[in-house]
Design a protein around this ligand. Sequence first.
Ligand SMILES: [Ca+2]
Length: 113
Amino acid sequence: MLARFAMRGALRATVRRYQSTQAVNTLASVFEEYREKNYAQTLPSRFAKEVVGAADANGDGFLTKEEIATIFENIGATEAMSSDEINEAVNTLAGADGELSTAEFIDLLTGKK
Ligand SMILES: [Ca+2]
């Protein structure tokens, strides 16, 4: 009985990890597609800085779920991810401190993370 509970817990953890990874991958691919379509001549690092500059509406150096959702609207990608999936991706990227810094997001957009 205990072993079965433990197994179920482990499975749930694995599924969660998979969903988190998927959400992050989808988020990265949305911006990658947008870059390829609209910024093909721009260096990925420059593109990443522009996206983050536009996304960080209050300029505090951190990106909230709301700021990411707004950028999704602005690039016409609202169909690509639900707000739950965006939240999932942001939480995963933010890590233990619970905050997604613009530097962390630039790493994602430039494939360093
Ligand atoms: Ca911000």
